[in-house]
Every structure is written in C-alpha cells, then in structure tokens.
Design a binder for this molecule. Structure first.
Ligand code: GCO
Length: 439
C-alpha cells in the first residue's frame, strides 16, 4: 500500500466542494438568485423536486467543517465562490457576501489549510440571465471579468491558487444543449455560443489576474473523461475521436492553441451551426496550472442516426452509484495526456465516488470509497513517478451534498450528512484518509 510519504512533501491533499451544492443560505444576507436556484425550483427538474436552499448549511457551519478537515489532517480545500452571493445583480458588490468568503479564507489559513478557489461552478447570477446577458451573450465575458477582478482584489492577498471555471463543458452543453443543468436550454447553437463566451471570459479573467495577483497562480478545471472506442472496429474508433473532440477537445484545443477541433467544427457547420472564432486566439493565454476532474471513462460506439454520429456504450467494468465505470487506469492516462499537452503543473481537482452509504449507528462503512480512492491514489503516484508535475489531489467531496439533478440521492462525501439534522458523521473513508495522511 502506498503512503503519503511517497508523494512530495509540499503535495496538497484536500477535498473539493462547490457553493451551490453545500452552502445553503440561498436568500440570506443579500445573496441574489442564481440560475441554479431558479432551475432547482422548477418542478420536474430535480430528483423528488429537491433544491439547495439549505443544502448542508455550510454558510453557517463552515467553522465546524474546517475543524473536520483539520482533524482528518487535510492541508488544502477547493471551494467555489457564488457570484450572485457577492454580486446579487451580477455586478454591484454585496459586502455581507464578500465577508463570508473573507471569513472562510481567514479560518482556513488559521488552520494551515491552503484555499484553492474556483470562480465559477455553474451558479450564474439570475439577474443577468433574465436581462438576456447569459453565457450566450458576448457581454457575459466582461461581467465575468469584473466579477473575477473584484474577487482577486478582495482575496488575492491571501489566496494564491485560482481557477476561472469548473468544467465549462457542463456549463455550456449540459446547460444549453442537453438541458439537464441550469438554465435548461436545448439548443446546440446556444451551447456553442456559451462555450465560446466562457472561453473568452476565462481569457479576460486571466488578463485581470496578471494585473492584480502578481504572486498567484491561475488556471481552469476541466471535466476530464477518458474517451475510448467501444470496440476496435473502424467505425467505433472514428466515433470515439469525434466524441473526444466534443467532450475534451472543444476546450483543450482553444486553451492550447486558440482554435476549435477541425473535424467537429466542420461537422457542426455542415449542420448550419455557426462556430464563432473571434477572440478565440486569446483563450490560449498561458496558464500556471491545470485542474483535472477525473471520475471515469466513456465508451463510444458509432451511431450513424445520432446527431453527432456517436453514442455511449455501456461498459463491462464494476460501476458506482452514478452508473460510472470504475477505471483507475483512466486517471493515469489523463494525467499523462494533459501534462504532455500543457506542460504546466496539474492538480487533481476532483476525484471521488458515490457509494451506497448506509449509516449503522454512528458509523458509515464505505469500503467502496476506500477501495476507489486507494486505486486512484496509486495511479496518481504512478503518473508522478512517470514525470507528471502533479501538485495536489482534491477528493470530491468533503461532505455529502446536492448532486445537481440527483438532488441528495447520491452521496460523494467522506463525511456523511444527516439531512434531517445536518449532523456531520465522518465515514470510514475519512478515518482511513486520516491514517493515510499520517503515513
Ligand atoms: C462535477 C462537478 C461536481 C459534481 C461531481 C460529482 O465535476 O460534475 O464539479 O459538482 O458534483 O463531479 O458528479
């Protein structure tokens, strides 16, 4: 079994969360609604019509949660800022909202836990959306830049590790094409515009960061699914290449060289979709770090009748409560790919598993999570030994929390949350992690 001492001494070991999924206090202290507040209150969108008005009430319990992190022995914490909490209308500062994040950061630093901030984890200000200035509108990039600059000014003296966006693919394609996430649109053209403006907003925020946080490091967090062909048939191999361009390349290539993947761009244009290219060159501004969210792989098969010519095939491997295959090898492959592509430090910004967590008395015996984490830690170490400059590992997640359209039905935490009382109960994986961090 590997031990913590196999990793560099300054390696960050943390957990990851996001504002909408854990904070609650959805209308408190001047916070404005986000598109997720509105979406989760729309009947039929979320499992059992649940919402995150309360979530895990981290807004009021963050000191207790930091104490738990400290107790486990974690030295970092990845969290996101709720844009409408600090700017209810999308641009005017709300001091009470700002103050929450200052207190959170100060408490983390007091406990020698390194804060690692995500600026956008999908909770766009509804006030901007209802004015038509959502991600499909070019001005969204300027509003985002002003929001980012305000946060750099407010926290940049204490927080040195930043990312602009969490999984832009989800914000653009789940939100605007598949309709599964807020704002629930189903329009491929809108999704392409949203992806483009998110990339522009990332570039503008980077420019602002260079001006404001001279000694900081900034990047982006990508949903890094390992795409593989369902068979070695030519059709499946071609389909997987196209799917990889859609899921990974659509963001990786602009970030690397300021242009979209050629095959997919041509296919989209052949369907009458306009693919913008203005400002795309700025998306390739140099970053200091790259965040890899890895969970699983996707097997792709050819599907001539499908809109983009491919479909997902069900894989043979053991699966999680989300139905995702458990595939640690994909983490190693993904880390190697992205390090070779960007040649900058990588962080595993999310990795974790939803298990059938049952509580017995005061214990949750989540062996499935311990097994998953062990195997993925081993792949991270293998990548490190293989030359990848891996700087940290954030487990998704600290707490069970609001799993988007699945509501509270899927538990990813290393700490169990009893949603009736909001009591936190460290699971067996938290106890295992505590031992690992001492090893
Ligand atoms: C994501 C999001 C998280 C999810 C987690 C489990 O990567 O999709 O960052 O908010 O909750 O990944 O699905």
């Amino acid at each position: 079994m590997i031990s913590r001492s196999d990793f560099p001494k300054d390696f960050l070991w943390g957990t990851a969360t996001s504002a909408y999924q854990i904070e609650g206090a959805a209308n408190e202290d001047g916070k404005g609604p986000s598109i997720w507040d509105v979406f989760s209150h729309t009947p039929g969108k979320i499992y059992m019509n649940q919402n995150a008005d309360i979530a895990t009430d981290h807004y009021h319990r963050y000191e207790e949660d930091i104490k738990i992190m400290k107790e486990i022995g974690l030295n970092a914490y990845r969290f996101s800022i709720s844009w409408p909490r600090v700017m209810p209308d999308g641009r005017k500062k709300n001091e009470k909202g700002m103050n929450f994040y200052e207190k959170l950061v100060d408490k983390l630093l007091e406990n020698e836990i390194t804060p690692f901030i995500t600026l956008y984890h999908w909770d766009y200000p509804y006030a901007l959306y209802e004015r038509g200035i959502d991600w499909t509108h070019p001005d969204s990039a300027f509003y985002f830049r002003d929001y980012a600059a305000a946060m750099f000014e407010r926290l940049g003296d204490r927080v040195k590790l930043w990312t602009t966006h969490n999984e832009p693919w989800c914000a653009a394609f789940l939100g605007y094409y598949f309709g599964e996430h807020a704002p629930g649109h189903k329009d491929l053209q809108e999704a392409i515009y949203a992806a483009h403006n998110i990339l522009r907003s990332h570039a503008l925020a980077l420019e602002a960061f260079r001006e404001i946080v001279k000694d900081g490091k900034i990047g982006i967090v990508h949903m890094a699914i390992k795409v593989e062909p369902a068979s070695d048939k030519e059709g499946d191999i071609r389909a997987a290449e196209l799917a990889d361009q859609a899921i990974n390349g659509w963001f990786l290539q602009p970030l690397k060289e300021g242009k979209y993947p050629e095959d997919l761009r041509r296919l989209l244009e052949s369907k009458g979709i306009k693919v913008p290219d203005e400002d795309l060159d700025i998306a390739a501004k140099p970053m200091d770090l790259f965040g890899v969210n890895y969970y699983t792989r996707l097997l792709i098969k050819s599907c001539p009748e499908c809109e983009l010519g491919y479909d997902i095939a069900r894989g043979p491997l053991p699966k999680t409560e989300m139905g995702w295959e458990i595939y640690p090898q994909g983490l190693y492959d993904t880390l190697k790919r992205y390090y070779e592509l960007f040649e900058i430090p990588l962080y595993i910004t999310e990795n974790g598993i939803a298990c059938k967590d049952e509580i017995e008395g005061d214990a949750v015996n989540d062996e499935c999570r311990i097994d998953y984490l062990k195997k993925h830690f081993e792949m991270a170490l293998k990548a490190l030994k293989g030359g990848v400059d891996l700087k940290g590992y954030f487990i998704w997640s600290l707490l069970d929390n609001f799993e988007w359209t699945h509501g509270y039905s899927k538990r990813f935490g290393i700490v169990y949350v009893d949603y009736k009382t909001l009591r936190r109960i460290p699971k067996k994986s938290a106890i295992w992690l505590k031992e690992f961090l001492k090893s």
